[in-house]
Structure formats: structure tokens, C-alpha cells
Write a protein that binds this ligand. Sequence first.
Ligand SMILES: Nc1ncnc2c1ncn2[C@@H]1O[C@H](COP(=O)(O)OP(=O)(O)O)[C@@H](O)[C@H]1O
Ligand SMILES: [Mg+2]
Length: 247
Amino acid sequence: MNSAAPHQPLLLSARGLRCGYGDVEVVHGIDLEVRAGEVVALLGPNGAGKTTTLSTISGLLPRLGGDVTIFGDAQSVGKRGGITNAALQLRESGLAYVPEDRALFFGLTGREHLRLAARRGDQGAIDAALAPFPALQAILDRKAGLLSGGEQQMLAVARALAARPKLIMIDELSLGLAPIVVEQLLPLMRDICREQNVGVVLVEQHVNAALEAADRAYVMVRGQISLADSADVLLRDAAALASAYLG
Ligand SMILES: Nc1ncnc2c1ncn2[C@@H]1O[C@H](COP(=O)(O)OP(=O)(O)O)[C@@H](O)[C@H]1O
Ligand SMILES: [Mg+2]
């Protein structure tokens, strides 16, 4: 548990956030908060609305309702669009989003990905982003399309870090990875977050591994938050967690 978190700046605050596709609402008014230096797990069954929530906060989907404040700025994007601009501006201001499909360019090398992500080619940021992933060093000149799933995952996270973000949102970091890699990557994300005072949102299917790495967690079911508590409490109370999953 990160006891410093309550005194840390609020990076993200969503109030009554409603998300969906066209007029079809799939997230029905949720509240979320992330402070600097804390890892927040967003858990819940398939189809709960986790990916939709992250995409909306990132500015890639229009918001259907509610308020979102990121780095102290109320986000103005609503139904009328301006989506691409909003996503770019958020990235500029320090929000990194690692989407479920990783969004890598298969024809570009790892090194090219990192150079594109770092501000003004900041080599120090690239080196710092690579430090947690020594295995990436040897394959930096390989095209991303030729990397294994785990290597692509690491590259996607390193690319996010290379922009020196204040808040990182990662959708299913462990998707397709061997359990042993998951057990290494999640604590690594927590260490990076603590050392750099970055906020992290982890959407995860590996519930226990996520809770062990997280400070707090939200459980989302059918577009609503069914439970929100410290990760410690949820780790100890498996029954509450299981019933939250049922909504
Ligand atoms: N592109 C889309 N168009 C319409 N509905 C979608 C789209 N993507 C997801 N949905 C629906 O939104 C709901 C939430 O999906 P999603 O956010 O992907 O859930 P999760 O990430 O928690 O598994 C699901 O009912 C899903 O079918
Ligand atoms: Mg998803």
C-alpha cells in the first residue's frame, strides 16, 4: 500500500463518466481517481467496459456524459468530436495509453518506435525507458512485426515510458504472456511508477497478480463499478471480490 498517495496530486478524476458507441451506452456513470505514484487496477469480467473506459479517457472515443479532469484540466471533448486532437493533446500533456492491440507499427524497428515517442529525440528518456527491459536492447533493430508477443508488449510499454508520461494506462498488459513474464512485468510497472512518481492504471485479467502490484482497485461489471477498495483489503477478502465480479 502506498501511504503517500492521498497527499499526491490527483492526475485523473472521472465523475459520472458515461461511455459507449454511437448512442449505445456501455459504461453507465462511473467514478475513478488516480494520484501520482499509485498503481490502480481496473478489474472485471470480459465485456464490463474496461477498454471502452480507457479509450474514452484517452480521448479516442467521445464521452457520452460525466466529467473527466486530467492533470487538473477539465476535458471538454463530448459528443461533438475533436477526438483525434484531444487524444494528441492528452499525449502531449503526459498521458500514455497502451491499448489492448498495442498499436505497434510492424514495419518499424523497436528503436524507431522509441525515437518517435521520445520528445525531441530525448535519448535520456529512451535509455530510461529501456532500463527495465534489458531483453529489448538486443532486438532494438528488429522490425516490431517480427517480435514475439512478450517482446511486443515490452516494446509497447517502453514506448509509452519514452514519452516520460505522468500517467500510464495499460490495457491487459499480460494478454498472451506466459504467467512467469506476468509475474515479472507487473511488479516492474509498480517499481517504475514509485520511482518516477507516475500514476498507473492497469486493466488486468490476472486478478491476484494485479492486486499484488496495485495500491487500489476498482471492479467493473456491466458498465458500473461494483467495488472499489485498497488492493490489500481485496487480496484478503476473496469472497467480496468474487461477489463483486457477479455484480
Ligand atoms: N466497437 C464497438 N462497437 C460497439 N460496441 C462495442 C464496441 N467495442 C466494445 N463494445 C461493447 O462494449 C461493451 C464493453 O466492451 P469493452 O469495453 O471492450 O469491455 P472489457 O474491456 O471490459 O472487456 C461490450 O458489451 C462490447 O460488446
Ligand atoms: Mg478489454
